[in-house]
Design a protein around this ligand. Structure first.
Ligand SMILES: [Zn+2]
Length: 127
């Protein structure tokens, strides 16, 4: 590329060509994309870890309920596993087996299938 073909953004001798600026912007855009992608992955992993911790706490509360009620697991009302889980977690919170009824931070639904079997609707969140 001859000097005459170069488009100068600035008239001074230290200015950048349009191509140099475009390459710089492109590299910055790629770096920002990588950072955003990494942060989204980290956020998803943190939510998964929180959800698994919620399920472990719920399992522990179910075990405490089982021990306090002479070998009887909770039998919450509800037509679907999601309703049963919501009622179960509210009941365990009301009975002070857990401080608050946990919710999945990613928007998943907890499902209760009886005994100790409580899961998240997001399969990767299950323990
Ligand atoms: Zn979840």
């Amino acid at each position: 590329m001859t000097r005459g073909l170069r488009r100068r953004i600035f008239n001074s001798a230290g200015g950048f060509t349009l191509i140099e600026l475009l390459i710089t912007v492109l590299i910055l855009a790629i770096l920002v994309g990588i950072v955003v992608m990494t942060m989204n992955l980290a956020k998803g992993k943190a939510e998964e870890t929180t959800c698994k911790a919620n399920l472990r706490i719920a399992e522990g509360a179910i075990n405490d309920y089982y021990a306090d009620h002479h070998g009887v697991y909770p039998n919450p009302p509800g037509a679907t596993p999601e309703e049963k889980a919501e009622n179960l977690l509210d009941q365990l919170a009301n009975d002070r087996y857990i401080k608050n009824a946990p919710r999945c931070p990613s928007g998943g639904q907890y499902q209760y299938f009886g005994e100790q079997d409580i899961r998240c609707s997001i399969s990767s969140h299950n323990i």
